[in-house]
Design a protein around this ligand. Sequence first.
Ligand code: C2O
Ligand code: CU
Ligand code: CU
Length: 498
Amino acid sequence: MEITRREMLKLSLLGSAALLLPLERAARTAITRPLRQLPRPFQAEFALPQVLQPVRRTATTDFYRVTARQAEADILPGLRTPIWGYNGLFPGPTIKARRGRKVVVNHANRLPVSTSVHTHGAYVDGDSDGHPNDLIQPGKSKTYYFGNDQTARTQWYHDHAMHTTASSVYKGLAGLYLIEDEFEDDLPLPKDEYDVPLVIQDRLFNSDGSFDYSEEGKASSNGVYGNVVLVNGKPWPRMAVSARKYRFRILNGSNARAYDLALSTGEPFAVIATEGGMMSEPVLVRSLPISPAERYEVIVDFSKYPVGTKVVLKNRRRREKKGAENVMRFDVVRKARDDSLLPAVLRPPEEQIDPTHLPVELSEVERTREFVFKRQNGYWSINGKTWDGNRIDEHCREGQAEVWELKNNGGGWIHPVHIHLLDFKIIERDGRPPAAYEAGWKETVFLDENQSAKVLLKWPRVPEGPKPGRYVRRYPFHCHVVEHEDHDMMLQFQVAAA
Ligand code: C2O
Ligand code: CU
Ligand code: CU
């Protein structure tokens, strides 16, 4: 399998060299040196990802078209960075969906490698899930269908092609996909310009401005750590803020790095949502661990700071490879009135119910499964097994309640574990209750070094795709250090009809 992958990768790289941009071709052939002069933190202007406009709207559905292609991005001062971007953008454009309104996205692939587009968090039939083997060949396209039956939440879409996910995501194939709904509209939280996404990604650069990502070797299969932290594609940006409350939708879009986010002032901030949307009530924290693919939404109140204050969003995580102690800076530049509130009750449990949030009690559990995440014979494995797209590893059933025990026995490695199709509740972490900030609905659970977690879940009905009666019932679950996923820490399950 190792040889097959390596050969495949080499073939695709050699065969595609002519298609690469001049800069990227130079980066591949010349001996590139690492970027010596890192950009100075807090010099770059904060930017927002573009919001994608539909190409067509009907009474029920919004239609979008996205092309994955090569482009160049302005990331470092005075240099251009070749990227692979959805519509040529880094990060990709944000799709905004409404609960109950359908979305249809046609994804074209104009890259030299195959792609597969997974909307992470989406409740979709297996055909629209971006399965690792459901590839869009170069020059081809595929249409993905979204019912958006879920409550409001912050999702993201990214490449999921077998064995090339990590490098394709690193080059830029990631963007946000938000679902909004009326319940959330009616909450008095900060809105519009005060509702701000933060896509956090770390990168290594070459001296010519290109990304430094070696597709071969141990470094990449262990997980690549950058020495520059990007937020929405800008290095350690500074954002001018008003002295009032903001809502930040934070995605850790890094390949391998976990962060422990904290404000330089030491002040607490409120966590209001997890991957599955709004929690029942806000949870105050002084620091917030976030591993790859996790999302947390927070309210930060700048009203207590005088104009002129600079508040740094720090990464306080210890034991880090290649320190990345800063994320970005908020410069309080003006006073502002603030009609928003942080209510004591956000979204009560009965308002959270949707197909991915089925109420479930421990007493209903019919099945417990155990999964051990560890390195074995040079591969990242789950229960000693590695990815095989033709094998179904776990057989599940619609409506069945289960407990999954997830164990990171690796020592020295993190494994954020992500299950497709549904959300779960963390019920135990190392034998204790989970932290209050992770009490909401989750689909990615951070297993730090030597940690374990138990999660409670209930299989939903597999949603119908565009062709009624035709179901694709298989979905992957995996470690979301994308290099671990690519080096085979991924299995799949099938959800049978009840
Ligand atoms: Cu974000 Cu299976 O992925
Ligand atoms: Cu996913
Ligand atoms: Cu892992």
